[in-house]
Design a protein around this ligand. Structure first.
Ligand code: ZN
Length: 285
């Protein structure tokens, strides 16, 4: 009896031993598998949605001839242009889940190429069934200003008042916070001979080094120069990009060279390249 029990005991021990070896190796496989899957981006369903922010910014952007002649043909773009009469339209791609980023154009209404580039990006993203995360796009920050081919909203340069409560650019920062975006790209045009007066990606190092790293990373992707100021909101206290970085959302300003109030294919293509570079850097493309 004792012999039989011992034998049984041995068998149980061997079974436990085999099982534990199997468990350890199985765990190893699954751990390796987990490591692999973390590198695979989960695709999410693309459900484009337009929201019109009633910020008393609405205007008929088609009144601006440079805009009108360049509006890309697309159902969604058409709707964005119509909705812009009533406020600032924001288009969401994805479904609100996953990694979230934000693209802004038209902070200066007379910088046409970036606004048309944003519409072209909307036209491209509209066709995608799945995306790698959620992308928000404001193609016209203040459509009224764009309609009048102007630089000023109620006498104010919107890129110098983002630090003031209730301004349009300050509301954009609050929106980015609410949406929990992890990066913002602000797309502009710069006059030849102006500041910076060349195609360039701009960021800042302090207090958000991710802004500087992003400027450097996008510059490499799009093959353009970059420049990082040491401190955000010091040289430009009211700039949208600077104030986003100060409030914990790394941001960059991307500039293409073209006279204000005008458009050409080259500058539009360069601005679109910067937008795609921003999305690639943030692994959304
Ligand atoms: Zn500008």
């Amino acid at each position: 009896m004792i012999f039989i029990l011992n034998n049984k005991f041995k068998k149980i021990l061997i079974a436990i031993l085999i099982l534990s070896v199997f468990m350890v190796s199985f765990h190893g496989v699954s751990a390796a598998g987990t490591t692999e899957t973390t590198n695979i981006t989960t695709l999410i369903k693309n459900v484009p949605k337009i929201t019109t922010l009633k910020w008393k910014t609405g205007g008929d952007v088609k009144k601006n001839y440079a805009i009108k002649k360049s509006i890309p043909k697309s159902k969604l773009v058409n709707k964005v242009v119509k909705d812009a009469k009533y406020g600032t339209p924001i288009v969401r791609f994805g479904n609100g889940s996953g990694k979230k980023v934000f693209i802004v154009a038209g902070v200066h209404g007379n910088e046409i190429a970036s606004q048309i580039a944003a519409l072209k990006l909307i036209q491209t993203l509209e066709k995608k069934k799945y995306v790698k995360g959620t992308i928000y796009i404001i193609p016209f920050t203040a459509p009224w200003v764009t309609a009048h081919n102007s630089r000023f909203y109620k006498g104010k340069n919107l890129n110098s008042v983002a630090n003031e409560k209730n301004t349009v650019t300050n509301k954009i920062i609050n929106l980015a916070k609410n949406y929990k975006v992890v990066a913002v790209g602000d797309f502009h045009c710069t006059q030849p001979g102006g500041v910076p007066g060349r195609n360039i990606i701009l960021g800042t190092k302090i207090p958000n080094l991710s802004s500087a790293n992003m400027a450097k990373g996008i510059a490499k992707i799009v093959n353009m120069p970059y420049k990082n100021e040491k401190y955000a909101a010091v040289s430009y206290p009211g700039a949208l990009e600077d104030n986003l970085s100060v409030r914990g959302i790394p941001a960059v300003t991307c500039e293409v060279k073209i006279p204000h109030g005008t458009i050409n294919k080259k500058a539009t293509a360069l601005s679109l390249r910067q937008m795609n570079g921003f999305l690639k850097y943030n692994k959304l493309l």
